[in-house]
Design a binder for this molecule. Structure first.
Ligand code: PEP
Ligand code: MN
Length: 362
């Protein structure tokens, strides 16, 4: 069985006066020395203690910008010397670890595409043996909690204790509102399994769009996350990677100032937190229900067009009878009353009919 995972408190990280949330800010990628330094000055002015920049970038397609490579590490050293901020970057193999440690990078993270690969995580863990550096582990791109925990275990097994998790959402084939589906229940379950593991939210990679950063960041604060990692660029529109989701350091400062930080030490702490988490799960499911209904309606509309072209009536009684019968049967197995299933499916069916009729008569 797995050994106990020892997790050090955030207060043991080499940062003075840690506030909640602990914030990591900076560009998706280090591009040029000027861009790194200009962005870093803004991040420092926003009161953020840790500066991030990707040096090696895992990109979905080749021939995208795959990171500036080791020369960017020198720019991070300049950031540290000039601003006093700690620096953080992503490592995906032993060579990255060696170079980053050699350059004095203070904090490392393992990217979502690396967490999925136990060979890569083990290689990184082996390269980190004997070093006492904070390492954050992003969730794997697929919604697999065990894989995420497994990566933490591999790092723990080589003696690292300054560990934390980053929730950056999960890849989906279907296009949802956000770039990556947050599936909040997974980090919540992670927290239940490893209560001392600090949880950071990465609203940039969850949303993929700066328009939604604020709502996701607030939600993570309502769920008591300990930290945030947010992408920020001095000229977001011109960023060489993830341009749509980055915001200027000034806008980031505003976003952070607008956050409502509820006190996790409130009177009925346990009750409040539990209720809050459960309600967020409900909100999450409600949103998914609507998204599913939207997708279902899209298919109904396609059928509407098809019926129109082929001169078929909107309603086929036999087909509707089958849908209802099957749903009643399935619903019963899931413990739902007949009345509920009747009401639910009649409402859905009626809306499909209305939308198909609009198509027929347009
Ligand atoms: C990143 O943080 O820039 C990054 C590549 O993120 P992820 O691993 O979450 O895709
Ligand atoms: Mn990015």
């Amino acid at each position: 069985m797995s050994k106990k995972i020892e997790i050090a408190e955030l207060s043991s990280w080499p940062i003075e006066n840690i506030d909640r949330p602990l914030i990591i800010g900076g560009p998706c990628s280090a591009e040029t020395e000027e861009q790194v330094l200009e962005t870093a000055r803004g991040i420092k002015a926003a009161g953020i203690p840790i500066f991030r920049a990707g040096i090696w970038k895992p990109r979905t397609r080749p021939n995208s910008f795959e990171g500036i490579g080791a020369q960017g590490l020198i720019w991070l050293q300049k950031v540290k010397a000039e601003t006093g901020m700690l620096t953080a970057t992503e490592v995906a193999n032993a060579k990255h670890v060696e170079l980053a440690l050699g350059a004095g990078v203070d904090i490392l993270w393992i990217g979502a595409r690396t967490t999925v690969n136990p060979f890569a995580v083990q290689e990184i863990a082996d390269a980190l043996r004997g070093h006492d550096i904070p390492v954050l582990v992003k969730n794997p791109i697929n919604p697999d909690l065990e894989l995420w925990i497994g990566a933490i275990e591999r790092l723990s097994a080589v003696g690292l204790t300054k560990l934390a998790a980053i929730h950056r959402g999960f890849s989906t084939y279907q296009k949802l509102k956000y770039r990556n589906d947050p599936q909040w229940q997974i980090p919540i379950e992670m927290k239940r399994r490893l209560p001392n593991l600090p949880m950071f939210c990465d609203p940039s990679h969850i949303t993929g769009d700066r328009a939604y950063l604020e709502e996701v960041t607030q939600k993570s604060m309502d769920l008591n996350y300990e930290g945030l990692i947010i992408e920020s660029h001095c000229k977001p529109e011109e960023a060489w990677s993830d341009a749509k989701q980055q915001l200027t350091p000034k806008s980031l400062e505003e976003l952070l100032a607008n956050l409502v930080l509820r006190d996790p030490e409130a009177d009925n702490e346990v009750i409040n937190n539990t209720l809050g988490e459960l309600r967020h799960l409900i909100d999450d499911f409600d949103q998914k229900l609507l998204e599913l209904l939207e997708n279902r309606m899209q298919v109904a509309k396609t059928i509407g067009h098809y019926k129109k072209e082929n001169n078929i009536t909107v309603l086929q009684n036999k087909r509707w009878g089958q849908i209802l019968e099957k749903s009643l049967e399935n619903g019963k197995k899931k413990g739902f009353s007949e009345q509920f299933i009747n009401n639910l499916f009649k409402a859905i069916h009626q809306e499909s009919i209305n939308q198909q009729e609009d198509i027929m008569n347009s």
